[in-house]
Structure formats: structure tokens, C-alpha cells
Design a protein around this ligand. Structure first.
Ligand code: HEM
Length: 430
């Protein structure tokens, strides 16, 4: 269990699992005073995330870890504060609101392809991060230039990569302890982001402004005392800036990785895109059912959030195992999505698993790239539309192939990404 926090798992959350983990339904581990349950049966996942969700809060240990960056914003809040915040932001992520952003998403996609050579090798992870960072900054923060610099990108990467060593420090009860150079770089990254976003929110004042950030600032001031509203506005600016682009960048990257390894699927997607791309941009995602299957399958094999956690508030039973109050329940999409008793040939890329007529074959809680229940990702639709629009433009512009002999190494401190980027060969589409 030590390794879950300080060894291989701390550096890389997705390697180091035994084969048995993908066949068994339950693991319970203990370290010092911490007990962690890892259920894999979809019924147990459903109980934690939906039917008994009121008994499972965001863990205090995780809150301590992320507090310097995202404080008590939507991702980390619980109870009434969470409910109020969710009510404030939800309308901005409703289907109609997201559809209006498709033009902006297409523009960011084209800015990426304009930088690629007609033929050559490109780092898809970098193009994906540039695109999603520009989109989140333009869609939610009126394109504030301070949020679109290379520096901001570097600081985010550093802040996320530091999470492994921060986890150990938190276990030791010293969350501020910086044990490695990565942790120091992460702290610098966190400070940069927090200070930049504090400046941006303070400059707006309580009136906010007429974008997402402005509306949120105003609504928070209506529902919370002034000083709390200001802090929550900064917390949520950080939450949405971070949660809103790094995950989608990884979804794009892994989708291209899967397509580059399956030329047949890529050709089929390209025909679909060519027939669809010139119509009404707001409904473009609805005209891309096969591309949607590709995205769903890439999110299954490479869930950008490979793990998330809860803490039990009172005793419960999960899949026949007693869970005591205060114990941690870890939900692992990475393991669930490749579980051999849930998926045929679980490690194989097969977008036809997500053909509409096969939905009945799945348990609702065996596929949870966006989580589930009341805490499900508020940005799921935003991310899906964004990924489809960007992928469509990229696939229409180039053919992708994997360079021979170059292995992709998985890195998963917090989000699942290819270590050192994803280099693929691009060629013109005839
Ligand atoms: C929550 C995944 C994109 C904002 C979550 C959760 C997951 C997730 C698994 C649930 C965590 C938990 O239950 O502990 C993803 C993936 C994305 C993505 C895989 C892209 C492919 C986005 C985007 C935004 C966003 C684009 C915002 C623009 C949030 C927020 C929460 C959340 C604020 C917390 C919701 C709450 O607790 O009420 N996301 N996300 N995410 N996500 Fe996403």
C-alpha cells in the first residue's frame, strides 16, 4: 500500500496495478491511520456516486492538498456551499450555452492546424493544450491574455506534476512540505496561477462583467457574504481554468493517438467529417456520431481523470465489505474501464462498442470518464462538444500516423497524459 502513495503509484497512478486488479471486484488497503477501499463493481460505484452519495464527501486529505490552488470552489466544496455554487454555474454549461461556443472552438482548432507543417512530425499534446487553453480563456474569461501565455501553460503542468510528492507530504500530515524539486516547481506554479487569478478577479470588482467570470462574481456576491464571495470567485476561477482545459487536452491527445493507430477508423471518421463540416457549426457535433464513438472509446481506454476519491461520512457496506466513517473510497475509471469482466477484449481500441444500439449492454456505472451522480462533471457537455469540433477540424486537415519505434509512456500524477508529449506524423489529406 505504501507504493500507492510514495512509490510507483505516486509518480504514475496507472502503472503498477497487478493483473488481478482487472479481474477482482474489491481491494482494501491500509497505511498508518488511512484505510482505502477500491471497489470495482459498477453496483458499488453507483452506491458511492449516486444512491448513497450523501454519505460520501470529498476527502479532507485531498482538500488539504488542493486548497492552495482551488480552495473551496465547486470541485472541492461539499454540502450547501457546493449546492449553491453548482446552481450558479450550471446554466453556463447547459446545451444551448455550449452550442454558442462552437465557432470559438472551431477557430482555436484552425489556429492549431495553421502551425502544423503539411508533412512532418508534430506534438499533438502541445497543440491540444494551446487550443483548450485558448478556448477556456476566451469562453469564460473574455480572453484575458494573462491566461494564454506559455508561462501559464508551464505553471499548470508543474502544479499538476507536483501532486505525487504533495500526496506523500499530506499523508505525513505536512501538506506544505516540499520534498522534491518537482514539488518546488509545483508550488511556484500554484503561486503564479493563484496570484494571476486573484488580480483578475479583484480588477473586476463585485459587478463582475458580462462574461462567465463576471456573472459568477455577481451571483456569488448575491448568495455569500462579501469576503467569502471574493474568495469563492478566485477559487472557482482557478477551478474552471484548471479543470476546464487540461482534461480536454488529454482527451484530444488520446483520441488522436487511438486514431493514428487505426487508419480504418480514421478514414471512416474523415468521410463523416467531410460530409458534416460545412453545415451549421452549432449542430456540427450532432452530425458526427462515429467521431463521438471514437471519443467515447478513447475516454474509456485513457480516462483523463483516471482516479478520484471520496471519504465516508458514516459506516456503510460496499459490495459486502464494511466501510467505516473516515475511510477513503477511491474510484478508478482507469481500472473500471479495462476490467476484464466488464469489457470484451478490454485493452483493444474498438469504437463500435459505443454504437448506439449497444448501450443496453453496459451498466451505467461501468463507464464513468466524467464521474457520475450529483457530482458528475459540470463541464462534460462543454468538453464533449469542444473535443468533437476540434477533432473534426484536425481530421479534415491531416492524416495522422504513429512514428515507428516511438513508445508512449503514460504519466498520471493527477491527469492521464503521455509523458513528454505525443509525437505523431502528419500528412496532407487528399
Ligand atoms: C468534475 C472529468 C472537462 C469542470 C469532474 C469529475 C470528473 C471529471 C471525473 C468528477 C470528479 C469527482 O466526482 O470527484 C472530466 C473530463 C473532462 C472534463 C474527463 C474532459 C474530457 C471539464 C471541463 C470543465 C470541467 C471542460 C469546465 C469548463 C469540472 C468541475 C467539476 C468537474 C467544476 C466539479 C463538479 C462538482 O463537483 O460539482 N470532471 N472533466 N471539467 N469538472 Fe470535469
Amino acid at each position: 500500500f505504501w507504493s500507492a502513495f510514495v512509490g510507483e503509484h505516486a509518480r504514475n497512478a496507472v502503472t503498477g496495478w497487478s493483473n488481478a486488479a482487472f479481474e477482482d471486484w474489491y481491494t482494501k488497503r491500509k497505511l498508518l491511520r488511512l484505510t482505502v477501499h477500491i471497489p470495482r463493481h459498477p453496483d458499488a460505484i453507483e452506491r458511492v456516486l449516486l444512491t448513497n452519495a450523501a454519505n460520501y464527501a470529498k476527502p479532507r486529505i485531498v482538500k488539504r492538498l488542493i486548497a492552495p490552488l482551488i480552495g473551496n470552489g465547486l470541485l472541492s466544496a461539499d454540502g450547501e456551499s457546493w449546492r449553491q455554487q453548482r446552481r450558479i454555474v450550471a446554466p453556463s454549461f447547459a446545451p444551448g450555452a455550449v452550442a454558442k461556443l462552437t465557432g470559438l472552438m472551431a477557430q482555436a482548432a484552425r489556429e492549431g492546424t495553421a502551425k502544423w507543417p503539411q508533412s512532418g512530425t508534430v506534438d499533438i499534446a502541445e497543440t491540444a493544450t494551446d487550443a483548450t487553453m485558448a478556448i477556456i480563456a476566451r469562453a469564460l474569461f473574455s480572453g484575458d491574455p494573462r491566461l494564454m501565455t506559455e508561462d501559464a501553460g508551464r505553471h499548470i503542468t508543474a502544479a499538476l506534476e507536483a501532486a505525487g510528492s504533495a500526496r506523500l507530504a499530506a499523508i505525513l500530515g505536512m501538506p506544505g512540505l516540499r520534498l522534491t524539486p518537482t514539488a518546488w516547481a509545483g508550488a511556484r506554479g500554484q503561486r503564479f496561477l493563484r496570484e494571476t487569478l486573484t488580480d483578475i478577479v479583484r480588477e473586476r470588482g463585485p459587478e463582475g462583467g458580462d462574461d462567465f467570470l463576471g456573472g459568477m462574481i455577481r451571483d456569488l456576491h448575491e448568495r455569500f457574504p462579501r469576503s467569502e464571495a471574493l474568495k469563492l470567485a478566485i477559487d472557482n476561477a482557478a477551478t474552471f481554468y484548471l479543470a476546464g482545459h487540461e482534461t480536454t487536452a488529454n482527451a484530444l491527445t488520446w483520441s488522436i493517438y487511438c486514431l493514428a493507430g487505426d487508419q480504418q477508423a480514421q478514414d471512416r471518421a474523415c468521410s463523416e467529417v467531410r460530409a458534416a463540416i460545412d453545415g451549421d457549426p452549432q449542430t456540427l457535433p450532432d452530425r458526427l456520431p462515429f467521431l463521438r464513438q471514437i471519443l467515447d472509446e478513447a475516454l474509456r481506454l485513457y480516462p483523463p481523470a483516471p482516479r478520484f476519491d471520496r471519504e465516508a461520512l458514516s459506516d456503510d457496506m460496499l459490495d459486502g465489505h464494511p466501510v467505516r466513517a473516515g475511510e477513503i473510497v477511491s474510484i478508478w475509471p482507469w481500472v473500471l474501464h479495462r476490467h476484464r469482466k466488464l469489457w470484451d477484449d478490454a485493452d483493444r481500441f474498438d469504437p463500435d462498442r459505443f454504437a448506439p444500439d449497444r448501450e443496453r449492454e453496459r451498466h451505467r456505472f461501468q463507464y464513468i470518464p466524467f464521474g457520475g451522480g450529483p457530482r458528475t462533471c459540470v463541464g462534460a457537455r462543454f468538453a464533449t462538444v469542444e473535443a468533437l469540433v476540434i477533432l473534426a477540424h484536425w481530421i479534415a486537415a491531416r492524416r495522422f500516423a504513429l512514428p515507428p519505434g516511438r513508445e508512449v509512456e503514460l504519466s498520471a500524477a493527477v491527469t492521464l497524459r503521455p509523458r513528454g508529449g505525443l509525437w505523431v506524423e502528419v500528412a496532407p489529406r487528399d
